[in-house]
Design a protein around this ligand. Structure first.
Ligand SMILES: NC(=O)c1ccc[n+]([C@@H]2O[C@H](COP(=O)([O-])OP(=O)(O)OC[C@H]3O[C@@H](n4cnc5c(N)ncnc54)[C@H](O)[C@@H]3O)[C@@H](O)[C@H]2O)c1
Length: 353
């Protein structure tokens, strides 16, 4: 580490990688040394425009980038000699091959949810298991849906309310930038197996969770919707359940009464709030429709799949490098630097004025 800053690179400058790069760039204890990819079109040219040093992940990529007029700072091996840690956001399967390379170079690595738990032997959600990642050489930030499950069920568990949880996940068909490539249209496709992988995946972070998920893919690109039915340990009031969610990091409320009635309204609000790329890093949980019936609670929330794992990745970097030992401090630091909130629109503050 140089001058108390962790030197970090991002390999795979796609949907997740470009957001991780921007998030690293705004942390005062991290330095973004460069980004690496294999493409030479607009996607990596934007990184050049932002002033990021661009590296070629393969020899063929170096040729393509040079031919496209991109100033290439070096290859992946060069990049690995200049950093303490690499955040790998390459597509599924590519990343698995990279781990050996990172280990051979003696640098730490953070992977994403497309990889299996077995690749790293540790799966990460900051508020659940930051401490167990301290000092490891690698971890995997779980997928967008799994992150949301661990955040929300973890909140109920910490409040002593969680018995068991059953959730239905309506997933987006594809990401917006690639919706010309393919994606289901005019239909809804249930996964052929139940449970879907997200429930068991959440148990790789917290084995105590009694959780079953059912997933289906719908014909839209605007993020995921979860509908949950949770059995509580005891009878509780709606306010107690809301307070459990309110007390946990990275969960913020949406309200139909404020006109946030669907996935698209939330995303419009994020864009209007001036968030980078219109990102929502928090779980957006509908406050007004949350319903408690004796020992059961029912609720819906929205997962902005393209962004929710980005703050977790920043915390994972701090945890495995050990630059911050306390998870709560890292979460607060990340959230302050990126601009996460507890309320999207602060009506109560305005009323008090
Ligand atoms: N898209 C999401 O909603 C989402 C959400 C959470 C987690 N994830 C996970 O994040 C990871 C990345 O997914 P994504 O959606 O950002 O994918 P993506 O396809 O948008 O980006 C991957 C990037 O890696 C680059 N790449 C391909 N081969 C490479 C190689 N050999 N070396 C270096 N770069 C290479 C691609 O050009 C692309 O820019 C996956 O594990 C995925 O499961 C994705």
């Amino acid at each position: 580490m140089s001058a108390n800053k962790i030197r970090v690179a991002v390999n795979g400058y796609g949907v997740i990688g470009k957001r991780i790069a921007d998030a690293i760039a705004v942390q005062d204890d991290m330095e973004l040394v460069g980004v690496a990819d294999v493409v030479s079109d607009w996607r990596i040219k934007v990184a050049v425009e932002k002033g990021y040093a661009v590296f070629a992940s393969t020899p063929e990529a170096a040729e393509g980038m040079s031919a496209a007029g991109i100033r290439v700072s070096g290859n992946l091996d060069d990049l690995l000699t200049r950093v303490d840690l690499i955040a790998d956001a390459t597509p599924k399967k590519v990343a698995a091959v990279n781990l050996e390379k990172y280990r051979a170079s003696g640098i730490k690595s953070v992977f994403q949810g497309g990889e299996k738990h077995s690749l790293t032997g540790h799966s990460f959600v900051a508020q659940a298991n930051y401490a167990s990642a301290l000092g490891r050489d690698t971890t995997r930030v779980v997928s967008c849906n799994t992150t949301s499950i661990v955040r929300t069920l973890g909140a109920l568990k910490n409040a002593g309310l969680l018995k068991k949880a059953r959730g239905v996940l309506i997933r987006r068909a594809t990401d917006p930038w690639e919706s010309d490539h393919g994606g289901v249209m005019n239909t809804v496709v249930p996964e052929t197996g139940i449970p879907s992988h997200q429930g068991p995946d959440a148990q790789t972070v917290d084995p105590d969770l009694d959780v079953v998920t059912i997933a289906l893919v719908a014909a839209h690109t605007t993020s995921h919707l979860h509908s949950w039915s949770v059995e509580l340990t005891r009878t509780a009031t709606k306010e107690e359940v809301l307070e459990a969610f309110r007390s946990a990091p990275r969960i913020a409320f949406l309200r139909a009464s404020e006109g946030i009635v669907a996935l698209n309204s939330t995303l419009e609000m994020m864009a209007d709030l001036g968030r980078p790329r219109g990102d929502m890093w928090e779980v957006g949980l509908w406050e007004d429709s949350l319903t408690v019936k004796d020992r059961e609670v029912f609720y819906n929330y929205q997962v902005y799949n393209q962004a929710i794992v980005v703050p977790e990745t920043i915390d994972a970097i701090r945890a495995i490098t050990g630059i911050e030992k306390d998870g709560a401090i890292s979460i607060a630091k990340t959230d302050r630097a990126m601009g996460l909130v507890r309320e999207f629109v602060r009506l109560t503050d305005k009323l008090a004025m």
